[in-house]
Design a protein around this ligand. Structure first.
Ligand SMILES: Cc1cc2nc3c(=O)[nH]c(=O)nc-3n(C[C@H](O)[C@H](O)[C@H](O)COP(=O)(O)OP(=O)(O)OC[C@H]3O[C@@H](n4cnc5c(N)ncnc54)[C@H](O)[C@@H]3O)c2cc1C
Length: 465
């Protein structure tokens, strides 16, 4: 097979890699992208998209089931409702298929050459790809490592049999009667809640003292309340020890040091993700690391000239939109444009019920950085649109510098607040002050009015509280 020579080679077609390749193609850079599995990476195939499809299906089923007992204040009655998980999964697969073929079409439109197969570095400029038709050598002036991440396995609870990863959970064809989730981070909680809504009996085992440890306790409270209402068992400060001798249960060590057995049809382990570094010959390149991740500078350059790294392989926050932003920036840098990482915030959304969104600094983080702050918080129980949607739990919170009113952070918990994330990031990126948000007309009746009211509250001028 004839060697390919190009200006840019991207390894991995997840959100980081495919965005980088598309932008590079648009800028006229001769670009090749290599992907071992399917375009779209973790996000489109086994992450963001299938999980949100499943969450939506679970929400629809749960909403219909809640009407069954005839106690709906809305006057709606239904006679019966069932869920066919295999049908739900087939619908989800259809969405994934549409999006992954969309990525392939966009790469083609940008004149990017796609090579299917696993890439292994030969040296800093050369990669060998095992394709279906043989070994393909690719030589490139610039390389972008966008190999992403994979689920972490617990040594005492290896994947296999009833012990599953998030990837397996997103492909279950039969609803587990009893599901135990090990790890109460956002992936475990999103999936755990979805399965609870579809009818599984769910228990969550978390080693920390709080579910969703990366969010502050105030934001997490409405989610914990909902889990309690749904009878989801929470085992905090508990550690998974392994399967029981007969394989029927998960053995845990509880907070007081005693042992307990949790019967389970399926045990979903979501204790984190690790960068995909081994297997691609990256160890031999000896690139500098930052903990387990590849170390990068503010232009996503690694320690070797001409080699960039983007996305999950470079560390936290492991989010698709961070990977995409890095990919777009790197393509422009390779095209000769002056760019560096200058983002003021990377929003993060937890698609639980209710949803949580954070952007910028929380009150505690702002104080820890030495800021004197003012905080405004507005509850959805005082918001008209939230009342009409039966979603009064939660609030919007704004954190600003006390001296200048510059907005440092915005957070919210409540139904559908993921859609506020754009407003939050825009305000922070554009260096909004409290007066900018308070002085912007927000359409009525919308839940976004709570953002304006939170800013008014921080200024001591709340109108609807
Ligand atoms: C269940 C779940 C839900 C999630 N939900 C969200 C969410 O709601 N929002 C959000 O922002 N993020 C979410 N994420 C995280 C998100 O999926 C990742 O942050 C994102 O996919 C990272 O993009 P990436 O391009 O760095 O890597 P990836 O998407 O992991 O893509 C890397 C690609 O590289 C390929 N590859 C690896 N090694 C090689 C090699 N040697 N040769 C060729 N190809 C190779 C892989 O096959 C893969 O396709 C979720 C993740 C999971 C697991």
């Amino acid at each position: 097979m004839k060697d390919i020579v190009c200006k840019l080679l991207v390894i991995g077609a997840g959100p980081g890699g495919y965005v980088c390749a598309i932008r590079a193609g648009q800028l006229g850079i001769d670009t090749v992208i290599v992907e071992a599995r399917k375009p779209g990476g973790t996000c489109l195939n086994v992450g963001c998209i299938p999980s949100k499809a499943l969450i939506h299906a679970a929400d629809e089923f749960d909403a219909a089931r809640r009407l069954l007992d005839g106690r709906s204040p809305l006057g709606i009655k239904v006679d019966g409702v069932t869920i066919d998980l295999a049908g739900t999964m087939a619908w989800k697969d259809g969405i994934v298929g549409r999006l992954t073929s969309g990525v392939s079409a966009l790469l083609q439109k940008a004149s990017v050459k796609v090579v299917h197969g696993r890439a292994t570095f030969r040296d800093g400029k050369t990669v060998a790809v095992e394709t279906e038709t043989g070994m393909q050598i690719i030589r490139a002036e610039n390389l972008v490592i966008a190999t992403g991440s994979e689920p972490v396995e617990l040594p005492n609870l290896p994947f296999g049999g009833k012990v599953i990863s998030s990837t397996d959970a997103l492909n279950l064809q039969v609803l587990p009667k009893k599901l135990v989730v090990v790890g109460g981070g956002y992936i475990g909680l999103e999936l755990g809640m979805a399965f609870s809504k579809m009818g599984s009996e769910v228990a969550i085992v978390e080693a920390a003292g709080q579910i969703l440890p990366q969010y502050d306790a105030e934001l997490v409270r409405p989610v914990a309340k909902k889990l309690k209402e749904r009878a989801v068992a929470l085992h905090m400060l508990a550690k998974a020890q392994g399967l029981s001798a007969d394989g029927s249960s998960l053995v845990i060590e509880t907070a007081d040091g005693s042992r307990e057995q949790l019967p389970a049809d399926q045990i979903l382990v979501t204790v984190g993700r690790r960068p995909t570094i081994s297997g691609a010959g990256l160890e031999e390149l000896d690139l500098d690391r930052s903990g387990p991740y590849l170390r990068i500078d503010d232009r996503c350059r690694t320690s070797m000239r001409g080699i960039y790294a983007i996305g999950d392989v470079t560390g936290e926050p492991m989010l698709a939109h961070r990977a995409m932003a890095q990919g777009e920036m790197v393509a422009e840098i390779i095209a000769g444009r002056k760019r560096s990482w200058d983002k003021r915030c990377i929003p993060a959304v937890c698609f639980t019920d209710p949803e949580i969104v954070i952007a910028g600094l929380s009150p505690d983080e702002a104080r820890a950085q030495g800021y004197e702050i003012r905080v405004g918080q507005f509850p959805f129980s005082a918001n008209a649109r939230a009342m009409t949607m039966q979603s009064e739990d939660g609030f919007v919170r704004v954190v600003a510098r006390a001296d200048t009113n510059l907005v440092l952070g915005l957070q919210a918990v409540g139904r559908g607040v993921s859609e506020l994330s754009a407003t939050f990031s825009l305000a922070i990126e554009m260096c909004a002050r409290l007066e900018d948000i308070a002085g912007t007309i927000h359409a009525h009746p919308t839940r976004s009015e709570a953002v304006q009211e939170a800013a008014l509250k921080a200024l001591g001028q709340a109108l609807h509280l």
